[in-house]
Write a protein that binds this ligand. Structure first.
Ligand code: ADP
Ligand code: ZN
Ligand code: ZN
Length: 826
C-alpha cells in the first residue's frame, strides 16, 4: 500500500524530530505513518518508543521529509493532541535555556511540562473502585484490558502493550477513561474528570416579590431555615448559583434545615461542573488610588519602558510596590495582552492570591508546585487557550504556554529560590523571564526592597531602567532596630538559654499587649552538633561528610543533605564516654526553651520539618493570621513576603550564623534577610521593633541594616566582588565532579582542571573541596570558571566547555564520573 501510494506520488512520507523527556543530547527522528500525516504538527505530543521497549510522550520539534542517516527511524505510535500544547515561543525559550544553562532540551521539557501532560511506560492504570460497567459495551481489546485489571489491581502501560501485542494503547486507555472505568495514576491522559459541585438556587417561584415575602412569613417559625435563606440571599448577589458548602458556612447551620428547604422545593440543587481551580465570584473589584509618590513612580516606570525592556523597582517594604504592579497589569490587560507575575514559591500564599483576586477577579490563574498534577495541567490548558489575563506563579510558571505576554513582573527578584539547583535545568527564573520577555516583546519589571547586586548593578550600568519608592505607604513607619550583644549579656549572665534579657522583655511586653512575635533562627532541628567531650568525636552521616543534627520530635539524628536518620548516641562509639555535649541550637530548641520561659504563650514553629505536608504551611499561616499563635519560630521561610497585622516584634536569634556562612554572597544575603524580616514588623500603623542578637554587633552589614543603607552595602560589596572576581562583575560557571571513589575522583577532577586551564588559563579555579565533600556516597570536587565581562565571550567559553565535557564523558577512563554544570550558580 505504502509504496504504491508513493509511486503514485499521492502521499508523502514525513519524519519528525522529537524532544524526549530525557537527559540526552540530541533530538530523535521518527517516521510518521501515513495515516497520521494529517495530524502531525510542531508542538503536538506524540507517543514514541525509545530504547528496547520504553514508551514516552515526546514533543514534535521539527518536521521534514528526510530520513535520519545513521539509523532506521521507528514509527511514531500515535499523535495525542488535536492542536499543539507547546508553541513556538516556548520552543525558542527551551532552546535558549538549553544553550545558556548548558543542559539538554529533554531536561527543559521535563521541567516545563506538568506531569499530567507526560506519559510513559511506567504510568499505572487501575480499575476505578466504584466503576459500574457492562462488558458488552467494550470492544475486544478494551475487554482484554478490563479482564486483566479485574485480576490484577494495577497494570503499567508497558504491561498493557505486552498484553495486547500492540504499541498504540493510549487511545484505548483514553476511551476507557472517558467511560469512567479506569483511573490513570499521574493522570496522563489529556482529559480530566471535571469536578462537580452542588449548587443551590432559589426556586423561580420566589423571584416574585410577593411570593418571597410570603415565604419569609412562613419561615418565621423555623429560624434555622430562615438563617439559610438569608445566607443564600446575601451570597446570591453576584450570582444566583451559590455553592451548597458556602451557604452552610455562611449560615452556620447544619445540613438538616437546608435539606428541609430543598425537600419543600424552596431551593433547587444542581450539580454543576466547576473548574478544579478555586475561583470565587469577584465581580465587585476593588478600587484604590495611588499615593503621590506611587503615582510618580508609576509614571517613571512607564517612561523608562519606552526605552528599556527591563526596569528595576527598588521600593522599601510596605511602600506599595504591589499597588504599582496592579496599575501596570491593568493597563497591560486593557491592551489585550497577558501578564505573568512571578513570586517565590513560599510567598505564594492565599494572602497575596486573595489580594490580587480583589482586583482581577477570576481572570487570574495560579501556578505553583503545591497544586496537584491535574490542576497544573488545567492551568496550562487555560493559558494555552488564552483564558487568563494574569498568571500568578512561582518559578516554573515561566514555562507556561503564553501566546502574547505584554508584561512580566518578577517580585522579590533577589530571592535565591528563583534559581533551580537540582535537577537540571539549573535555570534562574528571573533571567529566564527576561529572555521570555524579549521573545514576546514584553516589558519586564523586577521589584524588591533589597535588590540582588546583579540587578542593581545592571540598573547602575544602564542595562535596566531604575525606579524607586522610598516611603512606606500610609501611617506605617519603618521598625526601630535594636542590636543586642550576646557576648555582653553572657558575661553579665542576663542571657537565658539563647534569649537576651532585651529580647525576653520585648516578648513579654508584646504578649501582654496581645501582639504577635516572630523569631528567626536559620537552623532547623534541635541541636546541629553532638560532640564527645572526652575525645571530640562528632556523629557523622554515613553517606555524606556532614555532622548529624539531633531532632527532638523524632528523637533521632538526621542528615539534612540526604535524609539519613539514626538513633542518638548516649555513649560515644569511639571512646565509650558518656559526656556527650549538645552544641548549637535549631528552631526546635528555640521553640522548646521559649515555651519553658513563657509557659502560657502559644508557640509554633515553621520550618522545612513542619511544612513538608501539602497544606501544613498554609495551616500554620492561617493559625498565625487568626491569632491562634502568639510566637512563630522559623527559618528563612518566615521572612518571605508575609504580611501580618499584629506582629510588632521580630527577633533574630543569632545574626552571626548568617554573616559567617561561607559563601561570597553571605553579606548580601544577610542584609536582604535581616531587612526583609524587619519589614514584617509594624505594618499598618502599629510601630514595630526588630531585635538583632549578635556577637559582632559592629559588623558593617548590621550597621547597614540599621541605617537601611542599601547603597552602602552595594558600594562595598561591588568593590569586594571586583577584587575577588565574583559576580556580578564576573560571570561564573560551577562544575561539580562526582564519583563514588575518592581517588578516582581526584584523578578525574585534576585532569579536567588541566584541560580547562590549558584553554582558559587563570579563569579556572580548582578542583577544590566544596563545603560538603561527600553527599549520598558521592565524593565531590568543584571547579569554577570565572569569566570577565569584556574579554572572551561567555558563549565561546560554553561552547568549548560543552565539547570538552562531551569528550570527557565518552572517555572510558572517566567511567563512573558524574559532571554537573551550574551556570550563574546562586
Ligand atoms: P510592598 O509590596 O512594597 O511591600 P504593599 O504593596 O504590600 O507594599 O503595600 C503595603 C500595604 O499598604 C498593603 O496592605 C497595601 O494594601 C497598602 N497600600 C499601599 N499602597 C496603597 C494605596 N495606594 N492604596 C491603598 N492601600 C495601599
Ligand atoms: Zn569520645
Ligand atoms: Zn547524609
Amino acid at each position: 500500500m505504502l509504496e504504491l501510494n508513493e509511486e503514485k506520488g499521492e502521499l508523502k512520507t514525513f519524519f519528525v524530530d522529537v524532544i524526549l523527556p530525557l537527559a540526552i543530547s540530541k533530538t530523535y527522528t521518527y517516521r510518521v505513518p501515513q495515516s497520521l500525516n494529517e495530524q502531525v504538527a510542531v508542538g503536538k505530543r506524540v507517543v514514541v518508543q525509545f530504547g528496547k521497549s520504553r514508551i514516552y510522550t515526546a514533543i514534535i520539534y521539527h518536521i521534514s521529509e528526510n530520513p535520519p542517516k545513521l539509523y532506521d527511524a521507528k514509527y511514531v505510535i500515535d499523535v495525542l493532541d488535536e492542536s499543539p500544547v507547546v508553541n513556538q515561543h516556548q520552543l525558542k525559550l527551551w532552546e535558549w535555556i538549553s544553550a545558556y544553562y548548558m543542559c539538554h532540551l529533554g531536561e527543559v521539557m521535563q521541567a516545563a511540562l506538568p506531569s499530567a501532560l507526560k506519559l510513559a511506560s511506567e504510568t499505572r492504570v487501575v480499575l476505578l473502585k466504584d466503576a459500574v460497567y457492562d462488558k458488552k459495551d467494550f470492544n475486544d481489546k478494551e475487554f482484554l484490558i478490563i479482564d486483566a485489571l479485574e485480576i490484577q489491581p494495577e497494570l503499567k502501560v508497558s504491561d498493557i502493550v505486552k498484553l495486547l501485542g500492540q504499541k498504540s494503547v493510549f487511545r484505548l486507555l483514553k476511551s476507557l477513561f472517558d467511560k469512567g472505568v479506569i483511573h490513570i495514576s499521574e493522570e496522563v491522559i489529556e482529559r480530566y474528570k471535571p469536578k462537580q459541585v452542588a449548587y443551590i438556587t432559589l426556586h423561580s417561584f420566589y423571584t416574585d416579590a410577593d411570593n418571597r415575602k410570603a415565604l419569609f412569613d412562613v419561615l418565621e417559625r423555623s429560624p434555622k431555615q430562615l438563617d439559610i435563606l438569608l445566607a443564600y440571599l446575601k451570597l446570591s448577589r453576584s450570582s444566583p448559583y451559590v455553592a451548597k458548602k458556602e451557604i452552610l458556612e455562611e449560615s452556620g447551620s447544619g445540613n438538616g434545615p437546608l435539606k428541609a428547604l430543598i425537600d419543600k422545593e424552596i431551593f433547587v440543587v444542581e450539580n454543576r461542573v466547576v473548574s478544579r481551580l478555586k475561583e470565587g465570584d469577584y465581580e465587585h473589584l476593588k478600587e484604590f488610588t495611588l499615593s503621590e509618590e506611587q503615582e510618580q513612580t508609576l509614571g517613571n516606570i512607564k517612561a523608562l519602558f519606552e526605552e528599556k525592556d527591563v526596569v528595576l523597582l527598588h521600593g522599601i517594604t510596605s511602600s506599595g510596590k504591589t499597588q504599582v504592579y496592579i496599575r501596570l497589569i491593568e493597563e497591560c490587560i486593557e491592551s489585550g495582552r497577558q501578564v505573568l507575575y512571578l513570586l517565590p514559591e513560599i510567598a505564594l500564599t492565599t494572602q497575596i492570591i486573595e489580594r490580587l483576586r480583589e482586583y482581577f477577579g477570576s481572570k487570574i490563574g495560579i501556578y505553583h508546585s503545591r497544586l496537584g498534577d491535574n490542576e497544573r495541567a488545567e492551568v496550562w490548558t487555560k493559558v494555552l487557550n488564552n483564558e487568563y489575563n494574569v498568571v500568578l506563579g512561582a518559578r516554573s510558571a515561566v514555562f507556561l504556554p503564553f501566546t502574547g505576554l505584554g508584561l512580566i513582573v518578577v517580585d522579590e527578584e533577589h530571592e535565591s529560590s528563583y534559581k533551580q539547583y537540582d535537577p537540571a535545568p539549573r535555570y534562574h527564573a528571573r533571567d529566564t523571564a527576561i529572555y521570555a520577555g524579549r521573545l514576546h516583546e514584553a516589558k519586564v519589571l523586577l521589584g524588591s526592597a533589597t535588590p540582588s547586586l546583579e540587578s542593581y548593578f545592571n540598573s547602575k550600568t544602564g542595562k535596566y531602567g531604575f525606579a524607586e519608592l522610598r516611603q512606606r505607604y500610609g501611617e506605617s513607619n519603618l521598625p526601630a532596630i535594636k542590636v543586642v550583644s550576646i557576648a555582653e549579656e553572657t558575661s553579665k549572665k542576663t542571657i537565658q538559654s539563647h534569649f537576651t534579657s532585651v529580647l525576653i522583655d520585648g516578648i513579654k511586653e508584646a504578649l501582654e499587649k496581645k501582639e504577635q512575635v516572630i523569631l528567626f533562627q536559620n537552623r532547623r532541628g534541635y541541636t546541629p552538633l553532638l560532640i564527645c567531650k572526652t575525645c571530640g568525636y562528632i556523629p557523622q552521616c554515613i553517606h555524606c561528610d556532614v555532622s548529624l543534627t539531633y531532632h527532638k520530635s523524632t528523637g533521632k539524628l538526621h542528615c539534612h543533605y540526604c535524609g539519613y536518620k539514626q538513633d542518638t548516641v548516649p555513649v560515644c562509639p569511639a571512646c565509650g564516654s558518656t559526656h556527650i555535649e549538645q552544641k548549637g541550637f535549631g528552631t526546635e530548641k528555640i521553640e522548646d526553651d521559649l515555651q519553658f520561659i513563657f509557659p502560657e504563650a502559644r508557640i509554633a514553629r515553621m520550618d522545612l520539618d513542619t511544612t513538608r505536608s501539602k497544606n501544613s504551611f498554609q495551616r500554620i499561616l492561617n493559625d498565625f493570621e487568626e491569632r491562634r499563635i502568639d510566637v512563630l519560630v522559623g527559618t528563612q521561610i518566615v521572612a518571605k513576603g508575609l504580611d501580618f497585622d499584629h506582629v510588632t516584634l521580630i527577633g533574630i536569634i543569632n545574626a552571626d550564623s548568617l554573616l559567617n556562612y561561607p559563601d561570597f554572597r553571605a553579606f548580601e544575603r544577610s542584609f536582604q534577610l535581616l531587612s526583609q524580616v524587619g519589614g514584617r514588623a509594624g505594618r499598618r500603623g502599629k510601630p514595630g521593633t526588630v531585635i538583632i542578637q549578635a556577637y559582632s554587633t559592629n559588623h558593617r552589614v548590621i550597621q547597614q541594616v540599621i541605617e537601611h543603607d542599601y547603597e552602602d552595602l552595594f558600594r562595598v560589596e561591588i568593590a569586594e566582588r571586583k577584587s575577588f572576581r565574583y559576580p556580578p562583575l564576573y560571570r561564573m560557571i560551577r562544575i561539580d565532579v562526582k564519583h563514588k571513589d575518592s581517588h578516582a575522583l581526584s584523578a578525574v577532577a585534576n585532569r579536567l582542571g588541566q584541560e580547562l586551564k590549558k584553554a582558559l588559563g587563570e579563569r579556572v579555579l580548582g578542583p577544590e573541596d566544596p563545603l560538603v565533600g561527600r553527599i549520598r556516597n558521592f565524593f565531590i570536587k568543584t571547579l569554577y570558571i570565572k569569566v570577565e565581562r569584556d574579554g572572551i565571550a561567555i558563549s565561546k567559553v560554553k561552547e568549548f566547555l560543552r565539547g570538552l565535557l562531551l569528550n570527557f564523558e565518552a572517555d572510558k577512563h572517566n567511567k563512573g564520573t558524574l559532571i554537573q554544570v551550574d551556570v550563574d550558580p546562586y
